[in-house]
Ligand binder design. Structure first.
Ligand code: APR
Length: 308
């Protein structure tokens, strides 16, 4: 039987996720938005591309959650994106209301679904989705680490001239400027990055990764969507195909990495049950300090929830 995936938010990211999913052709896709006609129009366009690109025209656009019933996965992209000069945290009060409301509505029709959050500020929005859904922590998690790691991998590929496919890296922590590129776990074809690139160049790549989202916002005037959508796609696929991928995702921590009751980016094993394991690794002293500083920054934003 084909799976069913709902993507809430038919904006730049949501429609790109829908397109990626449609092209893989193993799931029916429902695209939901608050704006009338928008998801219907995008779905129609995607369905009319199907015969040429070789997939079934099974994308539905809707303003009603009834059409989302019995979804295996619900992806939440609804909300406002950043504008130049804004941090992700500036979005918290607006997006809290949107993420809470859409999660509640989606859960009414898919009570056993898995929720993947993309709306920013990501770590705090995962808390909102967890409480609005009432789902166990294994079934509510966020996308940030795959995107942040993908940015770091691109910079390393350019710096070393090696194929990006052979760059293995990991970016953990909160999805903010204090995220933690884990240099100690970064290799190119198995060779530690520190053997290939000077510390000065590594520091520059770490800094560019931390500000990677902002760099795109400054160029485009809004948030990135291709790389975020690709990252979500990798997570949806790991769940639908029960792949047991080990990927950096935003998970609810209860003591792992020394952090409690907080969503943070950590390596997890992803399969049909959602987060099937949190994979712990040894961080260097500096990385652990960065992780704790990042946790403090996430806690500050989570502390604002419910006060808007
Ligand atoms: N219900 C459903 N859809 C909503 C709601 C709501 N209550 N509120 C807003 N939306 C929709 C908007 O109508 C819009 O179509 O969410 C969509 C957001 O799309 P964009 O503005 O294009 O934003 P996008 O770039 O896709 O980013 C979405 O992901 O990366 C994060 O920071 C980014 O929080 C932002 C989110």
């Amino acid at each position: 039987m084909r799976s069913k995936v709902t993507v809430v938010g038919a904006g730049l990211t949501g429609r790109t996720i829908a397109q990626e999913l449609a092209r893989r052709d193993y799931a029916d896709v429902v695209l939901v938005d608050i704006v009338e006609n928008l998801p219907q129009g995008i779905a129609l366009d995607l369905d009319q591309a199907a015969s040429v690109l070789g997939y079934e025209p099974n994308v539905t656009g809707s303003n009603s959650y009834e059409d989302t019933a019995a979804s295996d996965v619900v992806v939440v992209t609804a909300g406002v994106p950043r504008k130049p000069g804004m941090s992700r945290d500036d979005l918290v009060t607006t997006n809290e209301k949107i993420v809470g409301s859409v999660t509640e509505q989606a859960l009414t029709h898919s009570p056993d679904t898995i929720v993947i959050v993309l709306s920013n500020p990501l770590d705090a929005m995962c808390h909102v989705a967890k409480s609005a859904s009432g789902l166990p922590k294994e079934r509510v998690f966020g996308q940030a680490g795959i995107l942040d790691t993908a940015r770091f991998r691109a910079f390393i590929a350019w710096e070393t001239g090696a194929s990006v496919r052979d760059v293995h890296a990991l970016v953990l922590g909160g999805h903010g400027d204090q995220m933690v590129p884990v240099v100690s776990a970064t290799t190119v074809g198995g060779v530690p990055l520190t053997k290939l690139v000077s510390q000065e160049r590594i520091d520059a790549m770490v800094e560019r990764t931390r500000k990677g989202g902002g760099e795109v916002v400054e160029l485009l005037g809004t948030s990135a969507w291709y790389a975020p959508a690709a990252a979500v796609m990798e997570m949806v696929e790991a769940v639908l195909l029960d792949q047991k991928r080990v990927l950096p995702c935003t998970a609810y921590l209860e003591g792992e990495f020394g952090v409690t009751e907080l969503y943070m980016g950590v390596p997890v094993k992803l399969g049909s049950a959602g987060i099937e394991e949190i994979v712990e690794l040894d961080l260097s002293e500096q990385e652990q300090t960065w992780f704790e500083e990042s946790a403090a920054a996430v806690r500050d934003v989570v502390g604002v929830l419910g006060k808007g």
